[in-house]
Design a protein around this ligand. Sequence first.
Ligand code: ZN
Ligand code: ZN
Length: 1012
Amino acid sequence: MFEPLEANHNFIEMEHKWLKYWYEKGIVDKYLHKNDKSDKYFSFLDGPITANNPMGVHHAWGRTYKDLWPKFYNLLGFKQRFQNGFDCQGLWVEVEVEKELGLKSKKDIENLVPGDRFASIAKFVDLCKNRVYRFSKIQTEQSKRLGYFADWEHSYYTMSDENNYMIWTFLKKCYENGWIYKGQESVPWCPRCQTAISQHEMLTEDYKEVVHEAVYMKFKLKTQRSNVKTKEKNKQVDYLLVWTTTPWTIPANIAVALDEDFDYSLVEVKSGERYWLATNLVKNVLGDDVKKIVKTVKGKELVGLHYEGPFDHLPAVSKVAKEYPHNFHTVFATDEKILPISLEEGTGLVHTAVSAGTEDYKLGKKLGLPMIPVIDDEANYLDGLGEFSFKNAKKHPRLILDYMEKNGFAYKIHNYKHRYPACWRCKTELVWKVAEEWYIAMDKSPLRSQKSKVKSQNQVRLGQKLNTRTLRERMIEVAKKIKWMPEFGLDRELDWLKNMHDWLISKKNRYWGLSLPIYECQKCGHFTVIGSKEELKEKAVLGWEKFEGHSPHKPYIDEVKIKCEKCGEIVSRIDDVGNPWLDAGIVPYSTIKENNQGEPLYKIDKKKWRRWFPADFITESFPGQFKNWFYALIAASTVMENEPPFKRVLGYGTLLGEDGRPMHKSWGNAIEFNEGADKIGVDVMRWMYARQNPSENMLFGYKKADEVRRQFYLMLWNIYKFFVEYANLDKFQILNSKSQRNSKLQISNLSNILDKWILSRFTWLVEFVEKSLKNFDARSAALEIERFVSDLSTWYIRRSRDRVWVNSDDINDKQAFYKTMYFILVNLSIILSPFIPFISEEMYKNLTGNESVHLESWPIIDESLYDKKLEEEMQVARKVVEAGHAKRKEIKIKVRMPLLKLNVEVDYNPDFIRKEIWAIVLDELNIKNIVVNNKLRYPEKEIALTDEELKKEGEIRDLIRQIQNKRKEMGLKPNQFIRLTIPKKFSEKKEEIARKVVAKEVIIGKNLFIEI
Ligand SMILES: [Zn+2]
Ligand SMILES: [Zn+2]
């Protein structure tokens, strides 16, 4: 006997029941170690989740994949590591801790312990660590709730000593290749976080549509060469009309750029002033103000003109003007590869502030232009800028605009809507600022000293070829060796790799992150990179004892000083922390450990490490990761081993609300993980993820969940319920439950064509699911399972109902049905267990009494059960049935009413279909004879019945149906007897009716009446 099922099964309670069971009875532990002795390895590498907030339902999508394949490979007998990872260091944690403490700036952090900077930083770093621990615990519990099995006791943390020191090793290798350098550049900068935002971190979603005030400015021309001089008035003053959307950068103006080949016109406006601007933009900018076009020349004619800027009187500006009289405030021809000039907006004359824009900086560098740094780390104007000094450039944009207006430098100020980048963590609008930062060079050949020692001629050639290649070239090669799913992943990665700048790896003014192991001598400028804790200890000349026992974080690490290799000066570590993507990129080297514990195998046993490297599989959401995790992994592995860090990546899209918009609390379409789990149930959620096409964005919400529950989950449950109820009624005995998995047992000597058919379907399904999952295609597997479950319910069971009816005559046939169903349900629960771990456990445990479905093995399939021809026949039969039902609907005669003959024409050969199949069709359609393509197919001899007889038969069927419905309404069990009163006209068929509706007594009366 199986455990009977309650009428109203609570699936959420069921999930909690199994969670408790798995962890209390050590099932998860047994699962993790099930294949310890196996020599087959499946290496999954987890992309660390940021341990900074509770999980969202979007995390659950990826985490379903991260559990699905390990569960599948566990069934297949592969040894695995089952390691989850947490991403810990970086600005995002700092920002949240600052928010919690109500801190506004760097100064507040450094004064957490009043008056004690060292203690303040130590406290702040500890608070960051604690936040990570707090949320990693919450995320662990949420992951467990998702039915995700992993080695939760030994998750990796990117803040661990091993991880940080392994990055040091990576950076040291870069250094030895000569790839680490300090560069000055105009970088995107967050004035709140006071740190540079690397190109990797500038995601499209952080560009916001905002309205700023833009200005058309008038720059008075100083000299007028003969070729542009106008004849009419010698004293006429002309202006360059220049547009900018970032007025705060105007004091930094150095030059005006134009396109040599464009036409530029000098235009007189109504006030009598004359402006130079691109001919194509005259109408656009000046509109009705145009009085006349004085002249038109090519841009190159204007190159070399000097002009006066609005801020020339400020000390910082005039200083630069004096130092660079030749190219200060000059008109230049642009390099269109760096700064292309638009004829869509603006004036065709572009304000160039070398210190305050990436393109400006590059153009300035190329043309040898000077620059005027104008803002500090918080975007306050620097000293030397007169009335503007120490005022905030970003918070008070009117400062500049008011001045421009008052002093006649503005032609027009207008509101301008554009996409402007914000800090990815705190959402403050970015500025551009010149800063000295540390970079990894993408396009530098490694230093010659690093050439490997090679012997043969051939090897020399090969070695040279390899050794002169730049990091960018190497990374491109490595990326191409990876299998990207979907395939466009490779193109996107290559696009990034081909176009990205050098990798900005430093973060200034921050506290919680990798301590970049760069030691730069303040005296002679020489710098070195330390590659390990051991090396630091060896080179330390001061402070080791203060650091010993602490993690390599601020402030303790900075107690350690070394000696300059060149001049002997005492040298400190640079103040910067590392780019957080370094942390996640190194994990194939730092986190692969024996039983996920102890020292990294890469360090202590490379041969063992090799068993897990490269990882077979990683999976992450695509948007962003090309620039981030995928990029960082490839960079780290290219430098460390010049090999791909993983063989295959499955990328997936973005999860949106079911209204198609991004999830937002304020829009009411956001679902928190815990809420979703306890309203939808995680089985249903997991199924939604599994059946989703990963290359498309996913719409997620309660309505979608209801559809999936109805169309698949409940159908599966009802099948299982039907089986359990009837098998219990009939006291169906499992002879040897353990052996049920083995398809050879119990399932031979099938005689019923329906059993043969469904077993063939199932055999094929198991193979298909295995193949799909091995191809990392969960969607195809899930959709095929859905089709099977639907076939099982709407055809196999539907056509088998009479076989299991309580008073059915054929006991053997009934047993065959139970055996078939049992075999399928047990094995189905096994193949479903990676997808929906809870309901499959429920089914499996009740059916087998074994310990857990998650300790099972993948079903061994008996190929002989597969009968392709039979499946084809059944498919044809079902098409005929479909056509027959459609016809009945058309002529409006219900199935209950038998019909004498079905005559169908089909466009395939019906000859190959066996009689038993036609019998099923006949039964399903309730007809007496079936004629296909003008030939009687079944029965062999045509049955002739009068209309009267057919009508009577229909009435009896109708009556039986009514009784069945009443039984259902009364909540009777299938084997519960009733006392029945039927109208006189059915008295002839009394016995038949009694048997079909399980009545122990039938009385002839006036009306239909049922009692217990
Ligand atoms: Zn910020
Ligand atoms: Zn030195």
